[in-house]
Design a protein around this ligand. Sequence first.
Ligand SMILES: [Zn+2]
Length: 273
Amino acid sequence: MRLDDAPESSNVTDSRGMGGKLAIGGGAGGILLLILGLVFGVDLGGGKRAAGPAGPPDEKTLTFTKKVLGTTEEVWNEEFRKMGKRYKPPHLELFADRVRTGCGVAPSSVGPFYCPADEKVYIDPTFFDELEQQLGGSKADFSKAYVIAHEVGHHVQKLLGFHARANNNADSVRLELQADYLAGVWAHHGQKKFNFIEPGDVKAALTSANAIGNDRLQKRAGGFVHPEKFTHGTARQRVYFFKRGLDTGDASMATLQKFFEVPMRGNGELEDF
Ligand SMILES: [Zn+2]
């Protein structure tokens, strides 16, 4: 991924230096309120995470995150303008270990997520390290950007009123697939504006997405129930809708509504459209 031409967002905060000092006040109840935006799921390595305190916050990750968020701001500003609406960009906080949010206190093990109550995206970048291990160094950049774009997709959903329509597990699947689609729409327009996709990027991102659909996660879960992890749609559909957004760039309300209109099959897949 090439971000030379990307603008840096001013909406990123970095609280990684403060990790581990938070008192857990909300308890488990607070944690359950999170909208879990687990793009790539959590604990890909079977629960093993790099142990010990992280080193000093690295500037590289901060700059990368600011640039990717900057591209989402440019793309969604314009797409909202086309709809006759105004885009209010979300904030993004990089944190370590755990973080206090408008949705409760969250441990980094929940993976990247979006909190609708404070309209912020939260990411512990050690999650990015897992993608790097999976894909190999810089090949993971576009997959990381996809994670951010997916979470920003949840913010777009909130602004457009889709969050308010989701009341059950089936609706969560619809929201997650739509967020993948919105990440695809970002990639489509971002590519036109910033020419940021390099050869192999899309394939690597799709490989990641394919590795973490519900069905695969279920296999990895090994009998232990993680209900919050089963709301992302099957791997095939995640890839399908990301690609669909990437190919069409179509963020019209008519298309976005379809995610809530088409029937859901018994296998937990939406009917393709
Ligand atoms: Zn999500």
